[in-house]
Design a protein around this ligand. Sequence first.
Ligand code: NDP
Length: 407
Amino acid sequence: MAKVLCVLYDDPVDGYPRSYARDAVPRIERYHDGQTTPTPERIDFAPGELLGSVSGELGLRRFLEERGHAFVVTSDKDGPDSVFERELPDAAIVISQPFWPAYLTAERIAKAPALKLAVTAGIGSDHVDLAAAIERGITVAEVTYSNSISVSEHVVMMILSLVRNYIPSYQWVVKGGWNIADCVARSYDLEGMQVGTVAAGRIGSAVLRRLKPFEVGLHYTDRHRLPEEVERELGVTFHPDAESLVRVCDVVTINAPLHPDTEHLFDDALIAKMKRGAYIVNTARGKICDRDAIARALESGQLAGYAGDVWFPQPAPRDHPWRSMPHHGMTPHVSGSSLAAQARYAAGVREILECWFDGRPIREEYLIVDRGTLAGAGAHSYSPGDATGGSDEAARFKDRGPTSGSA
Ligand code: NDP
C-alpha cells in the first residue's frame, strides 16, 4: 500500500459545482504530432467536470482506494505547518498541479524518505528541485501535451487583448461609460506586426500556427531548430537567441520551460533591447521574467503591455507588483486548466499511476527525471538544476485572509 499525497487548488468560493455551463467537452484523440491523448484503462469521472480542485480529486479516489492505497488531498501546501508538510514524511507519491504547485524543494525532499514518484498534473515540473530528485532517484513525470493547445489559445487571446486594448475597454462598459477615445488611444491592429515566440515546442509552435492567418511576421528562437518544411509552411524566421528575436518583434510570447538557463531571462538588459512599446505575453513561468524589471518597463513605457497567467511564487502574495502595475492583463494561473484540459491531464495522471503500480513503463514523453537523470521530455527540454529558490514566499499569501475567495 502506498500513500498518495495530492495537492489541488481550492473549490470555488460558492462550493463545488452541481452543474456546468456546457454538457460536454469535445473528444480529442490525437495531438498535432500524432501523439495520442492519455490512454488509461479506465476513468471514474465525466470529462467536463471540475477535477483540479480539492473536491474533484482528479477523479482518482475510487481507483486508488480500490487498490488499497491511502489518498490524501489538500490545498494547504505552504509553510512548515501546512497539511502538505505534515503528510509528506511517509508519502510515496506526490501529485500536484503547476497552477497551485506543491513546491518540492531539496529541504522537503529530504523530509520525504519514502517519496518515489512526483507527478505533475499538467506540464512544467519546475516546482520540483530536479537536481535533488535526480540525486534521490525520484521519478518525475508530467502529462506532456495535455494542456499545450489550451495554453496556445490563451496566448492568442492575450496578445489580441493587449494589442486591441480589450480589458480597459471592457472596464469602461462595466463602469457605465462610453469612453471611445479612452479605449482607442492605446488600441492597435495586430496585422502587420512582428510576433515572436521564445521556444517553439508544443505550445510555441501551436501559437505560430494559430497566428499565421492574422497576417503577421512570425519569428522564433529555440535550442533545436524546427524542421525546414515546418519553417516554410509557417513562414517563420529563426533567431539564434532571444536577444536577436526581441530586437525585431512588436509582440513576444514566452513558451519555454523554467530551468536554470531560462530563469530571469527577461531582465532589464534584455527588455531594453526590445522595441519601445512592445508587448510580452508569458504563460510559461513567472520566473522567466525578472518581476521588478517588468513592472519598471511598464511604468516607463518601454513595454506597452504585459499579460500572462504565471507568477512566482504561486499563489502570488497579495502585494505582488504584477497585481498593480499599469497596462497588464494578468490572471491567476488558469490557461492550462480549462475543463477540457483537466479531463486530459487527470486521465494522464491515472495512466501514469496505472503504469507505476502495475510495473509497466511510463510513456517516454511523460518522463522528466527517471533513474537518476533527466529523461524523456525532460532530457530534451530542461537543464538539470533547481528553479524552486524563493518558493517559500508562497506562504505569504496566507498572511492576509484565507486562500479561497477573498482575492
Ligand atoms: P515543450 O517541451 O513542447 O516545449 C518547450 C520548448 O522550450 C522546447 O522546444 C525546448 O527546446 C524549448 N526551450 C527550452 N529551453 C529553452 C531555451 N533556453 N531557449 C529557447 N527555447 C528553449 O513544452 P510545451 O510547449 O508543452 O510547454 C512549455 C512550457 O509552458 C512548460 O514547460 C510550462 O512551463 C509552460 N506551461 C504553462 C501552462 C499554463 O497553464 N500556463 C500549461 C502548460 C505548460 P528543445 O526541446 O528544442 O530543447
